[in-house]
Design a protein around this ligand. Sequence first.
Ligand SMILES: [Zn+2]
Length: 288
Amino acid sequence: MNAARLAVQPGFVARAKLAQDVPSRRQSILPSFSQNTYAIPSAHRLSPFSTSSSLSCANHKPPALKPSTSQTDSDGSSIDKYTAGLRQNQEWAAQTAREHPDLFPTLATGQQPQILWLGCSDSRCPETSMMGLQPGDVFVHRNIANILHPGDLSSGAVIEYAVQHLRVKHVVVCGHTSCGGVAAAMGNKPLGILDPWLLPLRQVRERNLALLQSLSADEAALKLVELNVRESLNVVTQKSVVLNAIQERGLEVHGLIYDVASGVLRELDTQDSQDAIRARLVAFKTEN
Ligand SMILES: [Zn+2]
């Protein structure tokens, strides 16, 4: 990453708008916390398609994936995906072991993922595959529409474990195009259990109604995807464990949008003022 990156904002995280005490956007500084300063480490930028080792296992290139074979049985009938997947797992495990003989023995001893991924459950958004990474690289929490409820025990436990114990270097919130949860929140049909789940999305819609109504339907849906990512980043960076990791060891928090039509990830360019960062630290950071 060329630009120093800062991670705490009211709604998201961003490249830092650095105060004058940051000597260089390439230099790393990590001052101790005070209410008037904020640690802004330089660090590696998330570069999903980079071949650098920063985000991939140092000696592990993703194995070339064999195309799915045997999608039809010997009698020509189609094989369901579960059956095909079990068959292909044998091939995948053997191929991976041949190409990366140390991978599975290493993983058997524990995990050291660099990335915590908070994404949508959508089947079209396979985080490890889309980044060309390997088992062991990404710690994952996915739910419908990548919504983070502040009091949600599941996502909260995942975030705390990943940040405090696994000491991931990056926290990613990723939304995606054509998100069914976002589309549902843009409509007004009753959805049962999904209604309380989608409540934060509807609240974002409410707060940005004029903007969304000024856009075409497709543009509005994409805008709500982006706003939702920012909202989830907001929840992430209100957690003291995250704030501490940002200051003490340069944890980075990122917002991404995945385009299911092209397979390409786009990083949100977010930025926030020092005043906003300071307010967040004062309001949410607790003592170690
Ligand atoms: Zn989705």
